[in-house]
Write a protein that binds this ligand. Sequence first.
Ligand SMILES: Cc1cc2nc3c(=O)[nH]c(=O)nc-3n(C[C@H](O)[C@H](O)[C@H](O)COP(=O)(O)OP(=O)(O)OC[C@H]3O[C@@H](n4cnc5c(N)ncnc54)[C@H](O)[C@@H]3O)c2cc1C
Length: 435
Amino acid sequence: MVDNSPVSTGTRIVRREIAGSSWRVEADICIVGAGISGISAALEAARLGRKVVLVDGLPALGGQAVNSIIATFCGLYSNGANGYQFTHGIADDILRDLGKLAGALHYQRRPLTTVVYYDEIALSRWVEESVRQAGITVVVGAVLRNVTVEGRRIKEIELATRYGDVKVRATGFVDASGDAALTWQAGFDCREPLNGPVYGTQMVVLENIDETHLPSMAEIGDRMKEKGDAYGLFRRECIPFAIPGRNIVALNMTHIENPLDPLKASVVALEGKMQADRAVMFLRKEFPACFANSRVRAYGLPGVRQTRWIVGTRQLTLADVRAGTRFPDAVARTAWPVELHDHSTGHVWQTFDDDHVHYVPLGSLIPKDADNLLAVGRCIDADTAALSSVRVMGPCIAMGAAAAHALDLAGNGSVQQIDVAALAKRLHDNLESTR
Ligand SMILES: Cc1cc2nc3c(=O)[nH]c(=O)nc-3n(C[C@H](O)[C@H](O)[C@H](O)COP(=O)(O)OP(=O)(O)OC[C@H]3O[C@@H](n4cnc5c(N)ncnc54)[C@H](O)[C@@H]3O)c2cc1C
């Protein structure tokens, strides 16, 4: 029998207008990159009463913290089993709000330091709701196409989206792209690693594991070293993240290159999944008590650690990190180890004492030839090893907040000339607090 009840059937004919087909937005502060550092910058700038535009090439917010399923906040606490929190601001809000949701957070107090496992879906909704409630203008699925620079200032950026072009004019800009995409497109100097790539990782989430039999990191690593060849594994170590009671685990077991060549990057993305599948096969066969019945629930987007970053007015060095140099213009702190993924089979891991603190100076955030641009997160100026110890999410959050305040203080002037004492006062909690 045919259902003849009324259904809408109307259409209209349309044709693209060539002239005036781009959208325009104006703001005080435009942030390119909606990862954890860009989100922190955007929310802090909005709290300061600034009109904010937040842009991302992905059709989603949260950057790698959400979409690559990073799964753990690191570098947020000082070392030792009873460390205090280094970074506040949105870190406090995330810990408070996700802490109220069953199973969304898990504090792991290790002898070295405290890390916090999080549910990426809960974090994703927290980010989206916080940005929406803050009244931030969001342009997602929007990739940088062109940057207009006049003298030492970025005036406008042009974005390509699947629905057409968008132009954003702003007084100040934040490069939170991770790959220094804004600084690069603006034609300012950038750095890349000298001695080969810093490897990224294809994260994978397995469900239906038996967590009562979860092997330790060391057990899995030893077996990978022994039998990795038989499974075609490149990397020989495993970092598993599991929130107890959920029978799922996020696995960090692969090493992928992250070339800045669009064609190679696309191939590598496919190869990363192949590596992840081999690692899953290895776990099922070698540790059946835990993994025999496991299934892949999700693959993250390719995880990228360090690719290209800015040349700042100051470069953070490994010597600064080891010495815990307290810069007059310090804006963020952490005690996270040097965690440099510079070889395919493993990574360098150099830890610090319980009372160690190292700092990020504002100069590492400011491209040397720019007056209204700051970089935050994993594309600030540091040597390869120093960057590996400050690109984790705790200091990323602090850098985002610092960039918002620096641009707020600069107004129409230069971020190179702001009052660093006034900035330090505003960032008091992230620099001094020991609660
Ligand atoms: C596999 C892996 C595991 C890690 N583990 C941990 C961990 O356990 N704990 C921890 O704290 N840290 C960890 N890190 C480090 C940490 O996750 C990242 O350094 C941090 O999330 C970086 O945040 P970000 O905001 O600087 O950059 P991202 O999160 O990379 O965000 C950058 C954003 O910019 C956008 N973008 C880039 N280019 C353009 C463009 N041209 N146009 C428009 N948008 C653009 C991207 O789409 C992206 O959303 C890990 C990293 C990796 C890769």
